[in-house]
Design a protein around this ligand. Structure first.
Ligand code: ADP
Length: 457
């Protein structure tokens, strides 16, 4: 009884360790307990379920452990294979080495065999315990019953140990994969940072190299255009004008590319200050007034009394740049005698719209719009106009050349403020309305004097 409990203890304790240790300890204990019958030692075969082969994983002679000799036997062959197949104990009182074993079992002199299935209730056959006896040894029924029970316990513990082994292997594989992935992510991040630095270095040196001669081209063609050093004939005037326009266009392009890359590399920082939004809107219109006048385009500011007094926290230069990009597009894509309207309204917080308590505490949002009666934007183009270098096909909008970077830059600047931008249009020749949101931000009272001065200035 005490011995039987001992084996149970071994199985219980060892089930949480690896299969190999469990089998070694269990085999030693069984050989010791049944030394009267296992006179020639024994071993454990484990079933490879996929290959349907029993493999000898541990064996021990009467005195010392022997290394497993790579012995294996097919299911259903030899006494161990038959035991595994039938699930019943097999006795062979006087056997010799079996030819069905791929390699001979150690000590292949005449001997007897007892094979006991290692059968786990949750799984089925896991392997076979093989005891080698002297020929003619015939154990009692009672001893064989106890041996059978011990092997049931061993099989249960073996099943759990194998499950733990599988889990540990899978866990290790997962860990390795995770490590691999985090190393890959780290490498990619380094490469990305390197590429970003290289890109911004490249852009700043190229822009310097390009801007210097470009400013000379623009400056000298302006001098020629003004006819300081003598008059120009019509052809010359036209060519000088082309040089000037192309130079300015190239400069715009370089400046836009530089700004975009500065936002992307995180170099462009916001310098927020309290701003009277109605003042910003009105002063932005000055930028297109002349052009609008030339083309008889009506311009209008649409703000409520509430907006007139409202100050928001934003970056003055960047907000003006967004408005300039939108307004100059509106002027560019609106035919003569059209209209442009710029305005703002307070909206509920786009994120916490449904939570009235949070809304009370939130400083809120405004929506700024630039609406025109121009050529309009259709379908997919409403999204694509915010892509870098995208321009709607020339047939519709080829009135004035552009860079295709004005809207992408406006988008990034709005997003830098935490807002978003989109365009609404009923389609071709129905006009467009570009809308962007901005958080109002908390405007400290002590800044109100600066605000008045700013508005007055
Ligand atoms: P650009 O104006 O320099 O071409 P943008 O990025 O500012 O570049 O605009 C991209 C394109 O979006 C324009 O080329 C034009 O096709 C379209 N677009 C922009 N604003 C308007 C507008 N107000 N009405 C119609 N189309 C517009």
């Amino acid at each position: 009884m005490a011995r039987s409990l001992g084996l149970q203890y071994t199985c219980e304790v060892l089930r949480i360790t690896d299969t190999e240790s469990l089998l070694r300890e269990a085999l030693y204990e069984i050989l010791e307990k049944y030394k009267e019958i296992a006179t020639r030692g024994g071993g454990v075969f484990i079933l490879d379920a996929k290959e349907q082969i029993l493999k000898l994983v541990i064996q021990k002679g009467p005195d010392t452990e022997e290394p497993p000799c790579g012995n294996q036997v097919k299911m259903g062959k030899c006494l161990c294979g038959l035991t595994a197949q039938t699930g019943r104990m097999g006795l062979y009182p006087s056997g010799l080495d079996e030819s069905d074993h791929e390699r001979p079992i150690g000590q292949a002199t005449p001997h007897g065999d007892i094979c006991i299935p290692l059968y786990a209730k949750e799984f089925g056959i896991l392997g076979v315990l093989h005891l080698r006896t002297d020929t003619g040894v015939s154990p009692s029924r009672k001893t064989l019953d106890i041996l059978g029970k011990d092997c049931e316990k061993l099989a249960d513990a073996l099943f759990r140990a194998q499950a733990v082994d599988t889990l540990v292997t899978q866990y290790k594989k997962l860990q390795e994969r995770e490590e691999d992935q985090s190393q890959r992510v780290h490498r990619l991040r380094l490469a990305l940072e390197h590429a970003k630095r290289a890109k911004s270095d490249f852009l700043s040196s190229v822009s310097h190299e390009l801007r210097t001669p470009l400013n000379a081209i623009i400056g000298f063609s302006q001098v020629l255009q003004e006819e300081y050093f003598g008059g120009l004939n019509t052809k010359q005037k036209q060519y000088v004008n082309d040089i000037l326009e192309s130079g300015k266009h190239l400069l715009d392009l370089i400046n836009d590319i530089l700004d975009l890359s500065r936002v992307e590399s995180g170099e462009m920082k916001l310098e927020v200050e309290p701003l009277l939004i109605s003042f910003i809107l009105e002063s932005s219109l000055h930028l297109i007034k002349e052009k609008a006048f030339k083309h008889s385009i009506e311009i209008e500011v649409d703000v409520s009394e509430e907006i007139r007094k409202l100050a928001i926290m934003a970056d003055h230069t960047k907000l003006k740049q967004v408005l300039f990009n939108l307004l100059s597009n509106a002027a560019k894509f609106t035919p003569d005698n059209g209209a442009i309207c710029v305005g703002a309204r307070i909206i509920a917080d786009p994120v916490i719209r449904d939570d009235s308590r949070a809304r009370d505490e939130s400083p809120g949002w405004i929506e700024v719009f630039v609406r025109d009666t121009g050529i309009g934007i259709e379908g997919e183009d409403k999204k694509r106009v915010f892509d870098d270098f995208y321009q709607v096909s020339a047939g519709l909008s080829g009135k004035t050349p552009g860079t295709g970077l004005g809207l992408p830059l406006a988008k990034r600047l709005v997003e830098l403020h935490g807002g978003r931008i989109w365009v609404e249009s009923e389609g071709r020749h129905q006009g467009s309305c570009f809308v962007f949101t901005l958080p109002i931000g908390i405007c400290p009272w002590e800044k109100s004097s600066e605000l008045t001065q700013f508005a007055a200035g």
